[in-house]
Design a protein around this ligand. Sequence first.
Ligand SMILES: NC(=O)c1ccc[n+]([C@@H]2O[C@H](COP(=O)([O-])OP(=O)(O)OC[C@H]3O[C@@H](n4cnc5c(N)ncnc54)[C@H](O)[C@@H]3O)[C@@H](O)[C@H]2O)c1
Ligand SMILES: [Zn+2]
Ligand SMILES: [Zn+2]
Length: 380
Amino acid sequence: MSGTAGQVIRCKAAVAWEAGKPLVIEEVEVAPPQAMEVRLKILFTSLCHTDVYFWEAKGQTPLFPRIFGHEAGGIVESVGEGVTDLKPGDHVLPVFTGECKDCRHCKSEESNMCDLLRINTDRGVMLNDNKSRFSINGKPIYHFVGTSTFSEYTVVHVGCVAKINPAAPLDKVCVLSCGISTGLGATLNVAKPWKGSSVAIFGLGAVGLAAAEGARIAGAARIIGVDLNPKRFNEAKKFGVTEFVNPKDHDKPVQEVIAEMTGGGVDRSVECTGNVNAMISAFECVHDGWGVAVLVGVPNKDDSFKTHPMNLLNERTLKGTFFGNYKPRSDLPSVVEKYMNKELELEKFITHEVPFAEINKAFEYMLQGDGLRCIIRMDP
Ligand SMILES: NC(=O)c1ccc[n+]([C@@H]2O[C@H](COP(=O)([O-])OP(=O)(O)OC[C@H]3O[C@@H](n4cnc5c(N)ncnc54)[C@H](O)[C@@H]3O)[C@@H](O)[C@H]2O)c1
Ligand SMILES: [Zn+2]
Ligand SMILES: [Zn+2]
């Protein structure tokens, strides 16, 4: 056990006091982990759109003060009662959704939607006692999606922690905690293109480009990138995207444009926009007889998906995925190995890096649509 085990740790954390206001680096107290919890020392974290979305709190019930952050790499500092498969010193990736290994979902080979630890964006406390492990002068600071990685130390349920190869550089593999694994898994685990096949990717943000990376790894011959923003096309070339379609450049629906380009439709499509019209196009652009479309983007609250049922009867398949169908504890270590054996490239996703003290810059980059991932380095 480390010298700090069982004690409150005082450390720096970036606290969001109010919606949309810059984070403030504060000294916080982090309580020791309780049963089935672990306390992590975070070394690197990165910013994902979901953090920004809940920080802006435009669509949801605001919960503040809160410590955001859910893409990160760290080291186990101490473990709570009942934790047997992690020990201090283990290198880990915390994940916003968990795997209890005990519920019907965890026992199913097909699901990663754990009953106990499925993402809950409204909960700001730990499951064990419905309390926060973070405080300032005795006042609680809320957690975010069970990870709160914008802190030098954080407490996480053991089911939300993937133990990884200690040789893996945490400043690179930390991006596998969320968006990159989501896009990659959507292609490799769900769309499953084959060598020589054609794949359309809707939305060329970090998630879509990770889906393109999956298509490249699978050996797809044609990877067609679809985006409304032409600035995205340049970056996408690095990810093996072979052709680009901007729906704005055409009078007819983009699904018809793609059908013409491919002799009837693509073999697979992956939607990573969150726009319901793009979801419909992504479905209708796959070839009849065998085409499969996979939805990844999170739609607006009141959206509904409308297509003619004949499109399904003509043997097209529509699927959706959460976190690329990866089970965090069982599957993420092997995704890290894909990077270690140079099958998967992560460097090209990392476009910025800032020290922890300048975490608000990472928010600015994302709000300006500048780059893909910004690594936040906790050590000065
Ligand atoms: N299912 C999951 O588990 C999961 C996990 C993480 C993120 N997501 C979702 O994935 C989506 C993509 O995330 P991101 O971080 O890459 O976002 P992003 O904003 O960086 O990228 C989205 C891209 O889609 C493009 N776009 C928007 N509307 C379009 C349209 N109608 N046609 C073509 N292109 C369009 C935008 O120009 C942008 O380049 C988001 O909706 C996010 O919430 C889902
Ligand atoms: Zn479970
Ligand atoms: Zn995320």
